[in-house]
Design a protein around this ligand. Structure first.
Ligand code: A2P
Length: 324
């Protein structure tokens, strides 16, 4: 559901790459895309219009067509007997719906009632490296700042940044219609709605979703979410305050064994995680592992980068489906 979008396209690549066991695959999108074809395992598959009748005989729905579509069609799919792994925020805070990062809380998959929610991309990329640390030394407080790529705003936002590059190099005026602000040569606050307290929706998701995934309602998280002119992969600066002292070496040791994490941390060469190296990969890259000098041994700073279309969305959802 949402097969023609940025995440939808990635679903196809990942299902193919991971040899996901499936007998048949149905591609659903809006009426605008009906009749288009997409390649899967060397075959051209036709995109169909999403309707209430789309789910007959379907076991599993991977959804990424936006919140309002999810609210309307997830219950229809569940009534038809399917399990939905939903990439939108529509059901994430529903107490009847597990919110899962397989490296963190795979056990929550078991209690699903038809819908399993895939967390927000920035949340997943933060949670994968901090969970193994939290297990050995409970985290009290997190301060995170994101550097989010435009692909988080969808395939059309990527196309818009590329067009802005072409227009600028051709000496033409830069235009925008998908993103609220010019992405090229710019950095801007995430354009989700800003609440009365000044936090935007993306920031609030990082707080509330981390609490739900970790089963830790009192973990303190503050976030600043920012869009940068990167096509793909989100980067985050994460400051962690632990309960007990923890050295750089201890953190590095835990992270070197953590699933889904790859350490990229070479101070001599000034070589650390970068979105162009995280893009198209499955791991969250982690580096700049260093003691926060203000926290008497209980603070650590990290710089992480992960492909938010893969681990932040499609890959995480397919990993959930594999466990199912
Ligand atoms: P379509 O390409 O036909 O518009 P992205 O997040 O990259 O913008 O992708 C959104 C996905 O959700 C696309 O596959 C898009 O299909 C799909 N979508 C958007 N609106 C609808 C709708 N009303 N019904 C079904 N699919 C939709």
């Amino acid at each position: 559901m949402g097969a023609t979008g940025a995440v939808g396209n990635e679903f196809l690549r990942i299902l193919e790459q991971r040899k996901f066991p499936l007998a048949s695959l149905k591609l659903l999108a809006s009426a605008r895309s009906a009749g288009k074809t997409l390649k899967f395992r060397g075959e051209d598959l036709k995109v169909e219009e999403l309707t209430e009748k789309s789910f007959k005989g379907i076991d599993l729905v991977l959804g990424s067509a936006g919140g309002s579509i999810a609210r309307k069609f997830n219950p229809v799919a569940v009534a038809a007997g399917a399990v939905v792994v939903c990439n939108t925020s529509a059901f994430r805070q529903d107490p009847q719906v597990p919110l899962v990062v397989p490296e963190v809380n795979p056990e929550d998959i078991a209690w699903h009632k038809g819908i399993i929610a895939n967390p927000n991309c920035s949340t997943i990329i933060m949670n994968v490296p901090i969970w193994p640390l939290h297990k050995v030394n409970p985290i009290r407080r997190l301060v995170v700042s994101t550097y989010q790529s435009v692909s988080g705003a969808g395939a059309q936002a990527m196309a818009e940044l590329e067009q802005q590059c072409r227009d600028w190099s051709a000496g033409k005026a830069i235009t925008k219609s998908v993103m609220q602000h010019q992405a090229l040569f710019n950095v801007f606050s995430h354009t989700s709605a800003v609440a009365d307290n000044g936090y935007n929706e993306e920031e609030i998701k990082m707080v509330n979703e981390t609490r739900k995934i970790f089963h830790c309602p009192d973990i303190r998280v503050t976030a600043t979410c920012v869009r940068v002119p990167v096509l793909r992969a989100h980067t985050e600066s994460i400051n962690i305050e632990f309960t007990n002292p923890m050295t750089e070496a201890q953190v590095t040791q835990v992270l070197s064994k953590a699933p889904g994490v790859r350490i990229v941390d070479d101070r001599r060469k000034n070589y650390f995680p970068m979105p162009i190296e995280a893009a198209d990969g499955d791991d969250v890259l982690v580096g700049r592992i260093r003691q926060d000098v203000t926290l008497d041994g209980r603070g650590i700073d990290l710089f992480v980068s992960g492909d938010q279309i893969r681990k932040g969305a499609a890959l995480n959802a397919v990993q959930i489906a594999e466990r199912l």
